[in-house]
Design a protein around this ligand. Structure first.
Ligand code: SF4
Length: 365
């Protein structure tokens, strides 16, 4: 059936055969207008690799500070120290928010923040310790590789030392943020002040080597070209071959409102839904056999498009995202109960399953 659909596409033939796709293959798929065909192959690949379950966590987001030494052109969230609405939570305030999240059913805390120029490593260690002491069963997924790299530079410790100290204080895993797009041509135009793509990858490699698993992300839909997307996916795949430490890839649709890219008219509209679906399908096909969880971030896509993305290669919905603030600052309202996600999955005749941070299934519905 699929063979008939794909017509002349040698790349899709090879994808169906489970072969590893390269740079030119990826670019060809990104430029191919037949989304129906690419989506169908990505969907069949998803079904073969991970079946019909759609997973998600009960996850709560916490942004401990919006003060940031960087000023990324893609960011609507950061503030400078003296801004009226700048904030930094104390470890005790953070613990209070974690208690509230637990009462809402969260099994995971997703904790990230700006690059605060004055916080010491003690602050982050105290944050981990107070959460773990009071909520030992909660998984703490905290600090992007870009934050870890920043902490190391600021405190004059090695990345390994920072990761080890945080792990010993209670850190369970790393979120995938800060990856944006690795390619230098793009990265310097969208992520001013953040570590380089290679530094992000090296930080992740060290985390994986210390037994700290992580997610990976890819920010698309701004000023990139197809080759930048493919380059990013290949770099994730190469590191995954080495460490096996990534749990999922989360393609993140760029949200324009209130960002410098919008203010400077470098971009006037967000990418199309067709492009969103192409990126999900390509992610599935390029990572197939190496990283088999491809997450659809409904916070950025919206729930209806998320349903379609789940039939173009996606098998995970990330989580409930209670209290998400970064996308909210860029004009995307968030929050969803577990039941909302269960219904979203049932409507497309797939099997909803709540998972933990490490993709172990906790319950089905
Ligand atoms: S994206 Fe992160 S590092 Fe960049 S300005 Fe925003 S908070 Fe700071």
């Amino acid at each position: 059936m699929l063979e008939k659909l794909i017509g002349e596409s040698k790349v899709l033939e090879r994808a169906i055969a489970g072969e590893e796709l390269g740079m030119q293959d990826g670019i060809e798929l990104m430029k191919d207008d037949n989304l129906y065909m690419i989506g169908a192959v990505a969907d069949a690949t998803r079904q073969k690799l991970v079946g019909n379950k759609v997973t998600f966590t009960a996850s709560s987001y916490l942004n401990y500070t919006n003060v940031c030494a960087a000023s990324c052109q893609i960011c609507a969230f950061y503030r400078k120290e003296n801004d009226n609405d700048a904030y930094t939570l104390t470890p005790e305030q953070i613990e209070g928010r974690v208690s509230a999240a637990k009462m809402m059913g969260a099994t995971e805390m997703h904790i990230v923040g700006g690059f605060h120029p004055k916080l010491s490593l003690d602050y982050y260690e105290s944050m981990m310790k107070i959460i773990k002491k009071n909520h030992p069963e909660l998984k703490i997924k905290a600090f992007t590789a870009a934050e870890i790299f920043f902490f190391a530079k600021l405190t004059k410790n090695s990345v390994k030392e920072v990761l080890s100290r945080l792990k010993n204080s209670g850190l369970d895993s790393l979120p995938g943020g800060g990856a944006e797009l690795f390619h230098t041509e793009i990265r310097e135009k969208i992520a001013r002040g953040k570590c380089s793509g290679q530094e992000w990858l090296d930080t992740m490699e060290q985390a994986h080597n210390l037994g700290i698993k992580s997610n990976a992300t890819m920010l698309y839909g701004h000023i990139e070209k197809p080759e930048h997307i493919v380059d990013h996916l290949l770099k994730i795949r190469n590191l995954q071959k080495k460490t096996g430490g990534f749990l999922t890839l989360i393609p993140l649709k760029f949200s324009l409102e209130n960002t410098e890219l919008e203010q400077k008219s470098m971009l006037t509209q967000e990418c199309s839904s067709i492009y969103d679906l192409k990126v999900i399908a390509l992610s599935r096909l390029m990572l197939s056999g190496f990283l088999n969880n491809i997450s659809v971030y409904w916070v950025a896509d919206g729930k209806k498009l998320a349903q379609v993305a789940l039939s173009h290669g996606g098998n995970d919905l990330v989580g409930t995202a209670f209290s998400e603030e970064v996308y909210r600052a860029a004009g995307k309202p968030t929050n969803s109960s577990l039941l909302d996600l269960v219904n979203l999955v049932k409507e497309i005749k797939r099997e909803p399953a709540q998972r933990d941070t490490f993709f172990n299934i906790l319950r089905t519905f």
